[in-house]
Design a protein around this ligand. Structure first.
Ligand SMILES: NC(=O)c1ccc[n+]([C@@H]2O[C@H](COP(=O)([O-])OP(=O)(O)OC[C@H]3O[C@@H](n4cnc5c(N)ncnc54)[C@H](O)[C@@H]3O)[C@@H](O)[C@H]2O)c1
Length: 339
């Protein structure tokens, strides 16, 4: 455990998600103090240092050598996850690592072994674990609000915003990303399904590519069969074009349906015999963006007080395993086991 009343943290990788983590820390993680920031792009490191007040470093090694922090928040391209996590754990740091843990299970095993020997807190950042609408839907399912669950539909739409200065970003290259939309943002739609229905037993999937230079899949359709017998569809689409309205999740039971509408606002609506037109259960403002702060607060409680994490690092392997099983299914054209 840390020896002060706040966790001193280094933000490593000052790109897209780092800005969301910093916002989350500012609003919802009062036990975290950013004392260092690391990026091999000096402008990005300087900009984050300016925002946070942390000292800027150009490499994790330099920061571990002379920085003042107990924990690292690793927000790097997927092919750098193992090296950075193992290096930070070997230095005795607590580690929160953005999803996916790594690009394959062997690499995950090595990271988990390093975490085990370090004996520090090791967490995978998966913010959908903390989405209030997802948590509320889980409580309602548990309380029988829609009867017995029959099936679910998960639909993930990710708008592609390319930086003209970086037309082929790292996540376009399979050797750096490990895959496309399923291994990446798809995790945020797979986690809620696992929270509601337990483990996914097997999957069958088709994927496609339609974005120039993106080697991984930009569209996916899959069927998931859960160990408890529930079936779900999973659709994912990455595009820079406009799409029509849709919903993130439908959970259908024998007595009604819960719907989480698309968007970051987290609108949860119940349809049942009493409310055939729908009853608004929850509407969030500013919405799901707060969840990055909730996840980092969870991490800080584990570091400072030994509080169990909402989800263990091992548990996060379920999203990665599901994505990898989808990729195997595309090759085999058959159902593939997840575990
Ligand atoms: N949870 C979410 O909603 C979410 C959203 C986006 C990304 N992510 C995850 O966050 C991670 C980073 O993704 P991103 O979109 O922020 O990427 P990004 O490219 O925007 O940021 C990565 C940063 O790392 C820096 N970097 C690269 N190599 C480095 C090195 N060797 N040393 C120091 N800095 C280095 C880059 O300069 C860049 O600033 C990935 O694991 C990704 O899957 C999560």
């Amino acid at each position: 455990m840390a020896d002060s009343d706040r966790v001193k943290i280094a933000l490593v990788g000052c790109g897209n998600i780092a800005r969301a983590h910093w916002r989350g820390i500012s609003y919802h993680a009062p036990l975290i103090e950013v004392t260092a920031v690391v990026d091999d792009d000096p402008e990005r490191a300087a900009a984050m240092a300016e925002r946070t007040g942390g000292a800027a470093f150009s490499s994790l090694g330099d920061a571990l050598g002379s920085g003042d922090f107990d924990a690292v928040d690793l927000m790097l391209p997927h092919d750098l996850h193992e090296q950075a996590a193992v290096e930070a754990l070997a230095a005795g740091k607590h580690v929160v690592l953005e999803k996916p843990m790594a690009m394959d299970l062997e690499s995950c095993d090595r990271i988990l072994a390093a975490a085990e020997s370090a004996g520090t807190v090791f967490m995978i950042a998966e913010q959908s674990q903390y989405w209030p609408d997802v948590i509320k839907a889980g409580e309602m399912i548990e309380a029988g609000a829609i009867g017995d669950v029959i099936s679910a539909r998960a639909s993930f739409f990710d708008p592609l915003r390319l930086d003209p200065a970086d037309p082929i970003p790292w996540r376009f290259l399979l050797k750096r990303s490990g895959g496309g939309i399923c291994i990446d943002g798809g995790a945020h739609w797979i986690r809620p399904l696992r929270m509601w229905f337990g483990e996914i037993d097997e999957v069958i999937a088709v994927t496609g590519r339609h974005i120039a230079n993106l080697e991984g899949e930009s569209v996916a359709h899959a069927l998931f069969r859960f160990s408890n017998g529930v079936t779900a569809t999973f659709d994912a689409l990455l595009t820079d074009s406009a799409v029509g309205p849709g919903d993130d999740f439908h959970i259908t039971g024998t007595a009604g349906e819960l719907v989480i509408e698309r968007g970051r606002e987290g609108r949860l609506v119940l349809f049942d015999g009493e409310h055939p037109e729908g009853k608004m259960i929850m509407e969030l403002f500013p919405g799901k963006v707060d969840s990055y702060g909730f996840e980092l607060h969870d991490f800080s409680l584990a570091v400072l007080h030994g509080t169990p994490l909402q989800a263990s690092a091992q548990y996060s392997l379920g999203e990665l395993r599901t994505a990898l099983a989808m990729y195997r299914s595309v090759e085999s054209r058959r159902w593939e086991k997840v575990w």
